[in-house]
Design a protein around this ligand. Structure first.
Ligand code: IDP
Ligand code: MG
Length: 153
């Protein structure tokens, strides 16, 4: 099964939306196999957002990601990278579809409450960036036979 990295950003933490996002994840039938709070710093953000370092908004993005601790999670499920990106919605909360996390919970293109890995390859790199192997608990939930059909497993 795939794994993906999720970060509940300071805009999620500060607005008291941690529980709402976790509920959406659990209601969907996605398994949380790693979860911790972290205080991000510029070094890890320059790696995590390396594709944005040259953008004029990068200093503001960094500041917004360091404003409070964040909650980092590793999620597991079949096709979970794509499934959770779809649940996350477009980058700008004002344009994200209703029913998505960003579409339902935010109004900003920057303070957009969640980060989600965008491919299986980047998920592997991002999980290794934010989690030590012993912080991931790759267990199999008891209700797996009710989350998926036999021929999907
Ligand atoms: P994503 O989070 O939807 O994958 P990316 O393009 O990878 O979007 O950008 C990473 C993060 O950088 C976004 O979630 C958002 O917080 C911030 N960001 C992206 N584009 C802008 C912008 O034009 N202005 C301000 N912040 C931006
Ligand atoms: Mg991205």
């Amino acid at each position: 099964m795939e794994q993906t990295l999720v970060i509940l950003k300071p805009s999620c933490v500060e607005r008291g939306l941690i529980g709402d996002v976790i509920s959406r994840i659990q209601n969907k039938g996605i398994t949380i196999i790693g979860m911790k709070m972290m205080q991000l710093n510029e070094q890890i953000l320059r790696e995590h957002y390396s594709h944005l370092v040259e953008k004029p908004f990068f200093p503001g993005l960094c500041a917004s990601m360091m404003a409070t601790p964040v909650v980092c999670m590793v999620l597991k499920g079949i096709d979970v990278v794509e499934v959770f990106r779809t649940m996350t919605g477009s980058t700008n909360g004002r344009k994200a579809a209703p029913g998505t996390l960003r579409g339902d919970f935010c109004m900003s293109g920057q303070a957009n409450i969640v980060h989600a890995s965008d491919s299986v390859e980047s998920a592997k790199v991002e999980i290794a960036r934010f989690f030590r192997p012993d912080e991931i608990f790759d267990y199999t939930p008891d209700n797996l036979a009710f989350l998926y059909a036999d021929d999907e497993l």
